[in-house]
Design a protein around this ligand. Structure first.
Ligand SMILES: *[C@@H]1O[C@H](CO)[C@@H](O)[C@H](O)[C@H]1NC(C)=O
Ligand SMILES: *[C@@H]1O[C@H](CO)[C@@H](O)[C@H](O)[C@H]1NC(C)=O
Ligand SMILES: *[C@@H]1O[C@H](CO)[C@@H](O)[C@H](O)[C@H]1NC(C)=O
Ligand SMILES: *[C@@H]1O[C@H](CO)[C@@H](O)[C@H](O)[C@H]1NC(C)=O
Ligand SMILES: *[C@@H]1O[C@H](CO)[C@@H](O)[C@H](O)[C@H]1NC(C)=O
Ligand SMILES: *[C@@H]1O[C@H](CO)[C@@H](O)[C@H](O)[C@H]1NC(C)=O
Length: 820
């Protein structure tokens, strides 16, 4: 009873943490902190103490959030020298050094601050900074030592990442080795002081990601990290120091962490859900990978392929470039000459690597150009600060590396180019040049005229040659599509060729029935194997529409999509794909024998591959495409069991800002269709996410959603997964074939992700981008709610979509659809 009263008092009075958890507020030389005790910050936000991690568990001295139920470690003292048992003691020596002793009294970690003081105390500040200072010092910010100088993997408000330029002392982040091993991992996050400073994420000595230089508001390569109301960050560069830091503007709890897998993520704590939510991530996409397009190459996520050379540059090795190996980058079309060179403006860029750059804060753009022009090894210049119309000067020496282009973001860069590239200058400037030329001499005008004439003649000749040289396809008459050099990828096949290849569409060659018609296997004369899809006439699409769509689809290139080789529009509408020898996923996962070939690592590989293919369709490809019929039989496997999504041929592509559409013709497959699509015909990328979730659960369980039955309950596979998940029995959901092969926790986590994908409301489902992040990291997952369509019973109490009664009313349509 007394204890109860004490506890109650504690709830009322904040000050009695010490009473409950045996916490201290400072450690003096006469005290020590033993395992089981803790040191609290004055505001009670952070706590210092001992914690266990790893298997077998080891003990570490660390700092974590006091009030957050999910233990979140923000700093570790002895990350390389763990304690073997719960016998650790932390002391402050009379010389002001913190030492951590093991059970035998030998020091295993020390702060090594050796400034003799009278009365040193250790204190945990409310910022999460563990400091040692003179107890009676008049200056409370005069620390003998502070943990903020030795960050581990977490960047807290008030910390600095960067350098003391006088002493050469650097503060940087180092990842944990793994999620439960705090020892230093392979990834580090630095502020690189060479040239104009920028943040670099490194794996060992390799650069993985670069923030780009600071432009006065933010880093040049982080469009998502603009000024915001939650925290204010700042880049400081002065004689004494160069660093990056942030401070909180309200009571939001946020931390930035360098994860063991080399991703930098910012999380914020949401009290309502009692969980950390992901706020920002870097690197974010393919174009964030350092130098992904090589020197003078530019990366654009919304084009396919993502890399191209900057205007005026050509691939260094075109044979490599053609097979999507961009690492050697691009070279100038016309060599520089130094004296005569011009500067061409390129806009909306992430500025190139500044490690070999030079800057001056007080020069303006014109002065900057003059300085750059004078030095022949200066390759480009730009403003240093984009605020107030731009100021400062940044010059690059050597190759320009790691450039990307954005749509509504990015900076201007002026690149040194040969004078012969003056066509790249904007027209007014060009006119200016021409006028100058006129003034200089009549002779040069004459020369220009001659050159122009030659050029015009040449171009004409080229144009006339084009039909021969370009890929003109073998169809006769009006059916001809003349592919000019720009779209060489779609081949138009003659009907006879395909009929020949498929033995006149014989039943022996039939592979199966796809979403929009039968599929045949064939062999072309050059012995290339193909799969031919015959589209049923009923699709109602006009020929032109079809051709333009097929042309677009031919440009989709991703290793998790089946490649469309060409099409045929004579007599029949045919789509010709590459042939996949291992057939489709359903012939593996649902087959008693074949399923044994897929252990967990293969299944996970397939699950991740499908996710990447879908993300490409949804987001990365130039067209944004909703597949609408993702299912096991539409995922083909190549000889190495890499998944390739097929049948996206008649998927819906979206223009610019459309995100959702409605169709009268609900085509899809029962069991994979999301509620909003099956019932209202509304589809969006999120309906594909639903189908993906079903497919994921099927891959893990080796069971079809459609037709699943369980003796204990009437629910389908989704319902079964949900029921087991809620009861903490997800392990029973896993296919017996894989249960012994691998890390169970990873499989259970994947089931969790699957359940998030099959949520009833589209807005509760993650995007494919999030799915890939979740699959590839250990980030916290939100709790799934009841999924959609988890029951197939037809009674009046059927499914639990009480909130949206109309979702239940249309069972008949569903049954009719199930014929497919
Ligand atoms: C520590 O203990 C010594 C000896 O017992 C005493 O003289 C000294 O005042 C103590 N210091 C503090 C800070 O309590
Ligand atoms: C203490 O020392 C003994 C002998 O060196 C060693 O076996 C033991 O593991 C040590 N204990 C701790 C807690 O370090
Ligand atoms: C940088 O290091 C020098 C030399 O150790 C020191 O005197 C100075 O106070 C440091 N500057 C800052 C801002 O910490
Ligand atoms: C870290 O790097 C080492 C050597 O490069 C490598 O053997 C090890 O697998 C890497 N560890 C991780 C977690 O990537
Ligand atoms: C920067 O430019 C200003 C103005 O042109 C000049 O006075 C100053 O010396 C320059 N600073 C450096 C470091 O070159
Ligand atoms: C051009 O700039 C580079 C790098 O700053 C410097 O090393 C070189 O001496 C300069 N050359 C001339 C001619 O000024």
């Amino acid at each position: 009873m007394k204890a109860f009263v004490a506890l109650l008092m504690c709830l009322v009075l904040f000050s009695c943490y010490a009473l409950v958890s045996n916490a201290l507020d400072t450690i003096t030389t006469n005290q020590s902190l033993r395992d089981g005790q803790s040191l609290l910050s004055a505001g009670g936000t952070f706590e210092l103490g001992f914690f266990s991690a790893g298997d077998p568990p080891k003990r570490y001295l660390g700092i974590w959030y006091k009030k957050i139920t999910t233990v979140t470690i923000v700093w570790v003292a002895n990350r390389v020298a763990p304690l073997a048992d719960a016998s650790g003691t932390l002391r402050v020596t009379s010389r002001g050094s913190l030492v951590l002793l093991d059970g035998n009294g030998s020091g295993i970690w020390s702060s090594n601050s050796l400034i003799p003081v009278l009365n040193p105390v250790a204190q945990l500040l409310d910022s999460g900074n563990l400091v040692v200072r003179e107890a009676d010092s008049s200056d409370p910010n005069n620390f003998l030592w502070q943990s903020f100088d030795y960050p581990t993997d977490t960047f807290l408000a008030g910390m600095k990442i960067g350098w003391n330029r006088t002493s050469g002392f650097e503060r940087y982040l180092t990842s944990w080795k793994s999620i439960d091993d705090p020892s230093p991992g392979n990834f580090t996050y630095h502020l690189d002081p060479n040239g104009y400073p920028q943040l670099l994420l490194k794996q060992g000595s390799d650069i993985k990601f670069r923030s780009g230089p600071w432009n006065g508001l933010q880093w040049s390569g982080t469009p998502n990290l603009g000024p915001n109301p939650y925290y204010r960050y700042e880049f400081v560069l002065n004689e004494e120091e160069v660093y990056y830091h942030y401070e909180l503007l309200n009571s939001v709890i946020t931390r930035k962490v360098l994860m063991p897998n080399g991703i930098v993520q910012r999380f914020t704590w949401i009290d309502r859900t009692q969980g950390w939510t992901l706020y920002l991530t870097a690197p974010i996409d393919q174009c964030d990978n350092y130098a992904s397009c090589g020197a003078y190459g530019s990366c654009r996520v919304d084009t396919s392929p993502v890399c191209r050379c900057l205007k005026g540059f050509v691939p260094r090795f075109s044979h490599e470039w053609d097979i999507l190996d961009w690492s050697n980058g691009c070279v100038r079309r016309n060599p520089l000459d130094c004296e005569e060179d011009i500067f061409v403006k390129y806009s909306s860029l992430k500025l190139p690597d500044t490690r070999s750059s030079w800057f001056n804060k007080s020069m303006n753009l014109q002065e900057c150009k003059v300085v750059c022009k004078k030095n022949c090894s200066c390759m480009a210049y730009s403003n240093l600060d984009i605020r107030d119309g731009g100021s400062g000067c940044l010059l690059w020496f050597g190759k320009l590396i790691d450039i990307r282009e954005y749509n509504n973001y990015g900076q201007d860069l002026y690149i040194r180019m040969a004078a012969s590239e003056s066509a790249l200058l904007p027209s007014p400037q060009r006119k200016h040049k021409l006028v100058m030329g006129l003034a200089v001499s009549f002779g040069s005008v004459f020369l220009i005229l001659v050159l122009l004439t030659i050029c015009v003649l040449q171009c004409k000749k080229k144009k006339m040659e084009l039909p021969e040289g370009g890929i003109r396809t073998s169809l006769g008459g009006s059916e001809n599509v003349e592919c000019s050099g720009e779209d060489p990828k779609l081949r138009l096949f003659e009907f006879a060729t395909i009929a020949n290849a498929t033995n006149n569409f014989s039943t022996d060659n039939k592979l199966g029935e796809g979403g929009f018609g039968p599929v045949y296997r064939g062999t072309l004369k050059n012995s290339q194997e193909i799969a031919v899809k015959k589209l049923s006439r009923s699709s109602g699409q006009g020929l032109d529409e079809f051709k333009s769509e097929a042309l677009h689809l031919a440009r989709l290139q991703h290793r998790n999509l089946v490649k469309l080789l060409g099409c045929c529009t004579q007599k029949e509408t045919l789509l010709i794909y590459e042939y996949m020898p291992n057939k489709s996923l359903d012939t593996f996962i649902f087959d008693q024998e074949q399923r044994k070939l897929l252990d967990w690592s293969k299944r996970f590989h397939i699950i991740s591959g499908i996710a990447r293919g879908l993300l490409y369709l949804h987001q990365d490809s130039r067209l944004r495409i909703i597949h609408r019929d993702l299912k096991a039989s539409n995922v083909l496997l190549d000889c190495e069991l890499n998944p390739k999504i097929s049948d996206f041929g008649l998927a819906k592509s979206f223009g610019g800002n459309e995100t959702e559409a409605r169709t009268k013709q609900v085509a899809g497959t029962y069991g994979y269709m999301s509620p909003e699509y099956a019932i209202h015909g509304v589809f969006s990328a999120k309906s594909d996410v639903f189908s993906y979730g079903v497919l994921l659960l099927e891959i893990i369980s080796g069971t079809r959603n459609r037709g699943f039955s369980h003796p204990d309950h009437p629910q389908n596979l989704i319902g079964h997964a949900w029921k087991l998940f809620q009861e903490g029995r997800s392990i029973e959901f896993i296919d017996q074939v894989v249960i012994n092969t691998y890390n169970i926790s990873e499989i259970i986590r994947t089931i969790h992700i699957g359940l998030l994908c099959v949520q009833k409301c589209p807005e509760d489902r993650p995007t494919m981008y999030m799915v890939i992040l979740m699959l590839g990291s250990e980030m916290a997952l939100s709790s799934p709610r009841e999924p959609g369509f988890f029951s197939e019973t037809k009674g009046p109490h059927a499914s639990a979509c009480v909130s949206q009664p109309e979702l239940c009313s249309n069972e008949v349509t569903l049954t009719a659809l199930s014929a497919r």
